[in-house]
Design a protein around this ligand. Structure first.
Ligand code: DGL
Length: 258
């Protein structure tokens, strides 16, 4: 029997991918897992992150009985996709910064990449830029503060506008920059605030729709959606539970990764 599609992130960022999946596959059963005990991933050591991501995903896959895993986290995907594909017997769909579509859209050939400290400096990201945006200038901006703001938003608070403005400011130094890649799944949750804080109009691109498209290709037998859906966390957090409920998830169960 087909199981749900499990969406995994360090925190609430994967909920932006849940929104894209619900638009493309409204009938599909989803499950959500996040490693909130170890958030944020973007400022942790790679050598520590790989076994941690693997342990949490293995525990969440077993607990959810899912048929596919969506790693809805750029920081995890640019590091641990191969490790996850080796240890899991189900399809694994990753999330990487949308450099390729951004390069296709930019007229000025100057892109901004807004992501976590880890993602902006990863060899995987450098390679993406080399492969798909070699003729572009790419201003890479580490914006870890936006992860916290997105977490606050889902917990029911308003984001702090001064923090958003400051995080975005390195993007505006060159008036030629015309396209911004949201290379962290937390950031699309803040999209309307980011647009408001931008001093001029640019094109904002995230990976949500592309991931949903890929999932629809990879997962052929979909379990039907019925009522509120399972969610899993790694540390008790009432506000997070309430936030997950607003996205259609049942009260989270605690995971115990090995
Ligand atoms: N949502 C994650 C991403 O797409 C990162 C958040 C974190 O730093 O944990 O990269």
């Amino acid at each position: 029997m087909a199981g749900p599609i499990l969406v995994f992130d360090s925190g609430v960022g994967g909920l932006s991918v849940v929104q894209a999946l619900r638009r493309r596959l409204p009938e599909a059963a989803l499950a959500y897992a996040c490693d909130n005990a170890m958030l944020p991933y973007g400022q942790r050591e790679d050598a520590w992150l790989v076994p941690r991501i693997r342990a949490v995903c293995e525990a969440a896959v077993a607990a959810s009985g899912c048929s596919a895993l969506v790693v809805a986290c750029n920081t995890a995907s640019t590091l641990a996709l191969d490790a996850l594909r080796t240890c899991l017997a189900i399809p694994v769909v990753g999330t990487v910064p949308a450099i390729k579509p951004a390069a296709q859209m930019s007229r000025t050939r100057h892109l901004g990449l807004l992501a976590t400290s880890a993602t902006v400096s990863r060899p995987y990201t450098r390679q993406l830029i080399q492969d798909f945006a070699a003729d572009c200038r790419v201003t890479r901006v580490a914006a870890d503060a936006l992860v916290t703001e997105a977490e606050r938003l889902v917990a029911g608070e308003l984001p702090d506008r001064a923090t958003l403005r400051q995080a975005l400011s390195p993007l505006w130094k060159d008036p030629e920059l015309d396209t911004v890649v949201l290379g962290c799944t937390h950031f699309p949750l803040l999209a309307s605030w980011l647009v408001e804080e931008a001093p001029r109009q640019v094109t904002w691109i995230d990976s949500g729709e592309a991931i949903a498209r890929r999932v629809a290709q990879v997962v052929t037998a979909l379990a039907p959606r019925q009522g509120s859906e399972p969610s899993f966390i790694t540390a008790p957090d009432e506000r997070l539970g309430r936030g997950l409920a607003t996205f259609g998830f049942a009260p989270p169960r605690l995971l115990h990764p090995a």
